[in-house]
Design a binder for this molecule. Structure first.
Ligand code: UFG
Length: 342
């Protein structure tokens, strides 16, 4: 299949692009490099440096079968202080992309949605039929695109799959030491596992545990972590489904959660980081982070039923792969700080 991957120079986009290539697809990456890295575009993919509002000439010339759409802004705190960036990039940008697809007769799309569309859940595990009440503009800007896709399926016969990610972690590690490893390397890092690895490597003095009095077994927040390779597997399945249905003109929009179906607390994640890295990784109790729900856990039954998808990699594997990627990226730091091996 010939696939346009928007945001293919980012964390999840680069991993999925590499997996698509491995599976024999032809990949063109469209990325404006606002947060992505040119060297994260896998060898073998064509690369166009442009934004999603400039997809028209690419789709016009390309004979594409489908689009996998990752390109987005994704920092929750930034979305609160500068919501215009999120409505512009995530919502208006996606609308422009869908219109380009419509003009050039590409009707199959896999969209990277988010657990943030649900907001604070009444109950866990969260089902796809649970209420969507996003608590920040990031989640709202993505939910708007989910609604957009439902209406494009109904009115214009689009065949769409929205995948609602929970907490994505881990990396794709190539078996040899060469290219082919892709992982997380954000300029502004807010996520727990990469921050904990920076602490383990001595780049930060300590980790703050954001909230220690939540109604959870150890008082810290519980999240549903999912390995980026399991996530990529779901995208390949979603792509097959979307493209298989694109021809019938009926229109369909499937929404699936992507999570492991079980939760890990912040303290459990820190324990995993200590176990895997062998580094002390100091952590201190800190106040709650505003807007953090106590527990977010996905039901993944629908992804199992509809896509035949089951995650297979556990938290230790996510931390181990993220640590391996970190060490390859920053060998001088990861190797040099040794406050011992345990
Ligand atoms: N945390 C800490 N210390 C840190 C960083 C994070 O204790 O230094 C805690 C957070 O407070 C939270 C947990 O670790 O309880 C996970 O935090 P992340 O920032 O890694 O992830 P979030 O659950 O906040 O965010 C994820 C996605 C977002 C998405 C959100 C939806 O990364 O893109 O889920 O709920 F919007």
């Amino acid at each position: 299949m010939r696939v346009l991957v928007t945001g293919g120079a980012g964390y999840i986009g680069s991993v999925v692009s590499a997996e698509l290539l491995d599976a024999g697809h032809q990949v063109t990456v469209l990325d404006n490099l606002s947060t992505g890295h040119a060297d994260a575009v896998p060898a073998g993919a064509e690369f166009v440096q442009a934004s999603i509002t400039e997809a028209d000439p690419v789709l016009a010339g390309g004979q594409f079968d489908a689009v996998v759409h990752f390109a987005a802004k994704s920092l929750v705190p930034e979305s609160v202080t500068a919501p215009e960036l999120y409505w512009q990039n995530n919502t208006a940008g996606s609308l422009a992309l869908l219109e380009s697809m419509r003009r050039h007769d590409v009707g199959a799309i896999v969209f990277s949605s988010t657990a943030a569309t649900y907001g604070e859940p009444d109950t866990v595990p969260i089902l796809e039929s649970s209420p969507t009440r996003p608590t920040n503009p990031y989640g709202a800007s993505k939910l708007a695109v989910d609604h957009m896709l439902t209406s494009y399926a109904a009115a214009h016969g689009f065949s769409a799959v929205s995948l609602r990610y929970f907490n994505v972690a881990g990396a794709r590690i190539a078996s040899d030491d060469s290219a082919g490893s892709y992982g997380e390397r954000h300029a502004t890092e807010t996520h727990l596992i990469p921050i904990a690895l920076q602490v383990a490597a001595g780049l930060r003095p300590e980790l703050q545990v954001n909230g220690v009095h939540y109604p959870t077994p150890d008082g810290s927040c519980v999240r549903d972590y999912i390995h980026v390779l399991d996530l990529a597997d779901a995208h390949l399945r979603a792509l097959d489904r979307a493209s298989a249905r694109a021809g019938d003109g009926q229109g369909s929009h499937l929404i699936c959660n992507l999570g492991s179906g079980s939760g890990s607390s912040v303290r459990e994640v820190i324990e995993s980081v200590r176990r895997i890295t062998g580094r002390p990784t100091p952590a201190v109790d800190a106040p709650n982070r505003p807007g953090d729900p106590a527990v977010l856990i996905a039901s993944n039954d629908k992804a199992a039923d509809e896509l035949g998808w089951r995650p297979t990699r556990d938290l230790d594997r996510m931390v181990a792969d993220a640590w391996e990627f970190f060490q390859r990226l920053r060998p001088e730091v990861a190797g040099a700080t040794g406050s011992g091996n345990g």
